[in-house]
Structure formats: structure tokens, C-alpha cells
Design a binder for this molecule. Sequence first.
Ligand code: F6R
Length: 242
Amino acid sequence: MNIYTFKNEADFNATGASLIASLLHTKPRAVLGLATGSTPVGIYGRLIEMYQQGLVSFAKASSYNLDEYVGLPEGHSESYRTFMNEKLFNHIDIQLENTHVPNGNAADLEEECVKYDAMLEQNGPVDLQILGIGHNGHIGFNEPDDSLDGGTHVAELQEKTRTANARFFPSLDDVPKHAITMGVGSILKAKQILLLVRGEDKAEIVKRALKGPITTQCPASLLQCHPNVVVLLDQGAGRLLG
Ligand code: F6R
């Protein structure tokens, strides 16, 4: 595991974006595993700038997002499909049909999960999987539990997660209670994982995840089992690592 700590946001974003751009240079048909949330937004912004400057192309790449809320109407401002279109896809040359986000409005959610895993199996493995981490150690929407699902599944969101995400909705009641998420098995199949964490409020969970025991009670701790993880932290998130 390679852990890098950054003093300023611009360097954090530039490093994350360069890693993705380098992959696309060596492998234009790369399969990207993408995350939403606030942490990758600056990196997506930097990638857009690089694309505009002719420094990177996504024309042959494909992408698979980690997760999507269940039940938000199509086009809802907080759906992860809308987020990805607005924060990245609409501004670069990726073919929209090559971008994949689980359909949280599928009539049969179980079937949607099976279909998503089949696509990942057929078109994967993911070359580079971007991850953030929740305050409870979740990755994707794999919440701490006695056991975890390997494949894509419907997850019930914990109150802590719903409360953290309530900042994007009019009220806590508007935050969906369920999401479709790739499982930890699918996440760990990626060839390389890029874990992004910012903020002092994440320092404790970063320490537990990266240096604590490997346990399903902290899903991100399973990343310690992966042979190729790069972690980008700001100073706040890295402050307890010593
Ligand atoms: C998002 C996702 C979540 C977030 C995590 C951190 O697709 O799967 O696991 O990565 O909740 O979110 P932020 O970056 O907002 O702190």
C-alpha cells in the first residue's frame, strides 16, 4: 500500500488526475471504476481541464460506478448518474453508452444486480478503481456488518451514512434508505485501487482502515489484502497515521 499525504488540495487533485491520465495513455481502452461523493470532485475537475488542454482522452475508455441510490426519479439532482454526467461525463469525450451506473429504478433490483455483475465480469476487470471512505469505514455502500456481500447487491444504508449524505438533500427524510452497490468482492478484483480521503473528521477511520485489524466491521480494512492500493490523503485525514 502506497500512502501519500498532501498539504494542498491542488496537488492532491493533480496527483489523482495524473494517475488516471497515465493509465489512459498506456491503455486507452482502460476500464475505470468510479465513485461519487465530494472527495473525487476536484480530481474529476482536473481531468476535465486536462482533457480541454488535449492532455488526456477518454474516447475508448469505459466506466463502472460503484453505486446508485434506489428510487430517486431519473434525472434527480442527487442521483449518482446525474452527478457523474454533471461532474465528469458531459465535459469529456467518453462515449456515454460506455459509462455504467447501476439502475436504482429497475423494476427488478435483484436482476439489475446480477446484470451489473455480469457486465463487470465480461468487460472487467476494472483497471483502476476510485474509492472514498465513509466515517463508518464503508466503501461503496458496503456498510460495516458481521458479514459482507461479494457481488453487487441492494444495501440498506445505515443512519450514519444517511445523516452524512443529508447535506445534499432538503432533509434527512429525503435521503433514500437503500442503494445498489458493487460488493467488496467486485471492488477487490480491480487491478489497482485509488483510495481518496480528505478531512480531519476522517482521520480516525483512516487509521482503523489502513493500520487496524482487517474486519468486516470496517469494510475499508479489507483493502489491506489488495496488492496494489494507492492512498491519497490530505494532512487532516492522515494526521493519526504517524
Ligand atoms: C460514493 C461512495 C461512497 C463515498 C463515501 C465518501 O460513490 O461509494 O462510499 O465514497 O461515502 O464520501 P465523500 O467523498 O463525500 O466523503
